[in-house]
Design a protein around this ligand. Structure first.
Ligand code: NDP
Length: 434
């Protein structure tokens, strides 16, 4: 803690992993050697830089940009880019740390990284967004590359922003290789990448339920958020027969007891992705109930899919969900549940999947985009979706292998942490102290 002052999210993520690893390392002491743990909690490189740009009124604005290159042990640094006013070193270091384990779980050769800026895209014009993305790239371009570090989107960075950044990268580097994933289809993007994180989260939830002879069919589901991950979690949950009751944003929650339909989802996507609007505008369109200032966790459901942001589900929320009969929680966002909430779910026998396992489908499909770009071809939708499903099932299997408790039940938290760690640690040992 004294090494990372003022970084609560980073310490939270590291503490959770260390708690899982401790019993494993006690039984497998070779992983305590080679300074593995000390090296893993220190990012290989952190780049912090000024981003200056000119807004629509001609005023100069200055933001702070970051890239955390956490671990390249198993492949080039890989991880998203977040534009949100809350972005700081603690949040990006936690995300890059988690990303390293997540990427190891995908079975693909990708190291871990994360980046972003404290820029708030809300209420900015399309021209301002483009100029900001370009200004961000004028520094970042010298630190990344298809075999070095391959960023992608995250909160506040969707297909449009990735396009602007990938375009600027191409201009500055005079190269067309794959330096960003999540690109548009016409310039190297992969089918199913937009859907992948949300779909993958639902595939994972279905795998967990299958273990105990159940399925999503007929279950009530609460989704939080209304962005990229949330939208496709809603779509796949519906497709598997679940009734999705909620979506949300930082202003409040839409509660729709009749459940989502494909038509309502199309309206949501229009409001969010075309108008760049808010969730209460969606509620008005479909005549659903909008509750300002509330998160979705008070609504009785069997399955909860937190898909908005870190620490959006706390101890009281967890207790309420459990009282209301939740049986399965799969994180679409990164670390949306607080440490206390996770402990409650695990203690109460709720099937709980941490984001690094259940939301790994996004980065896995980004890995597939890198492969397609390197081969200069593009796979069909069905092929990418089938690979995504296989990868999610493989991650589920490694969680069950490494996370089985003495009583036969599974801790997906321990399973994901140990499985990811073993792969990264073996790679570190193999390559010596560097
Ligand atoms: P988007 O920007 O598309 O959507 C984010 C959603 O979360 C919006 O509804 C937003 O509401 C809400 N949100 C963001 N910050 C807050 C906050 N501080 N309080 C309340 N609500 C908030 O992002 P994504 O869907 O891409 O990302 C969502 C989560 O999933 C993040 O944790 C991200 O790290 C994680 N993730 C994303 C992947 C991807 O492929 N995109 C891959 C793996 C994980 P509002 O508009 O009001 O801010």
């Amino acid at each position: 803690a004294e090494h990372n002052p003022g970084q609560p999210e980073y310490l939270q993520a590291v503490t959770e992993v260390m708690e899982s690893l401790w019993p494993f390392i006690t039984k497998n002491p070779r992983y305590a050697e080679h300074g593995i743990l000390d090296r893993l909690v220190e990012p290989e490189r952190i780049i912090v830089f000024r981003v200056s740009w000119v807004d629509d009124r001609g005023e100069v604005k200055v933001n702070r940009g970051y890239r955390i290159q956490h671990s390249s042990s198993i492949g080039p640094y890989k991880g998203g880019t977040r534009f949100h006013p809350s972005v700081n070193l603690s949040i990006l270091k936690f995300l890059a740390f988690e990303q390293t384990f997540k990427n190891a779980l995908t079975t693909l050769p990708m190291g871990g990284g994360k980046g972003g800026a404290d820029f708030n895209p809300r209420d900015r014009s399309p021209g301002e967004i483009m100029r900001f993305c370009q200004a961000y790239m004028t520094e970042l371009f010298r630190h990344i590359g298809s075999d070095v570090d391959v960023p992608a989107g995250d909160i506040g960075v969707g297909g449009r922003e990735v396009g602007f950044m990938a375009g600027m990268m191409k201009k500055l580097s005079n190269r067309a290789d794959c330096v960003f994933t999540g690109k548009g289809l016409s310039f190297g993007g992969s089918l199913i990448r937009p859907e992948a994180t949300g779909y993958g989260t639902v595939y994972f939830a279905e795998e967990m339920l299958k273990q105990s002879g159940r399925s999503l069919e007929g279950m009530r589901v609460a989704v939080s958020g209304s962005g990229n991950v949330a939208q496709y979690a809603v779509e796949k949950a519906m497709a598997l027969g679940a009734k999705v009751i909620t979506v949300s944003d930082s202003d409040g929650t839409v509660v729709d007891e009749e459940g989502f339909t494909p038509e309502k989802l199309a309206e949501l996507m229009d409001v969010k992705n075309k108008q760049y609007g808010r969730i209460n505008a969606y509620a008005e369109r479909v005549k659903a109930n909008f509750i300002p200032g509330k998160r979705p966790w008070h609504v009785p459901v069997e399955v909860a899919l937190p898909c908005a942001t870190q620490n959006e589900l706390n101890e009281e929320d967890a207790a309420l969900l459990i009282r209301n009969g939740v049986v399965c929680v799969a994180e679409g966002a990164n670390m949306p549940s607080t440490a206390e909430a996770v402990k409650q779910f695990e203690r109460s026998g709720v099937l709980f999947a941490p984001g690094k396992a259940s939301n790994a489908g996004g980065v896995a499909t980004s890995g597939l985009e890198m492969s397609q770009n390197a081969m200069r071809l593009s796979w069909q939708r069905e092929e990418v979706d089938a690979r995504l499903l296989q990868i999610m099932q493989a991650i589920h299997r490694s969680c069950t292998e490494h996370g089985r408790r003495e009583d036969g039940t599974i801790s997906y938290v321990n399973g994901a942490n140990v499985a990811g760690f073993v792969k990264v640690a073996d790679a570190m040992i193999g390559q010596g102290v560097i």
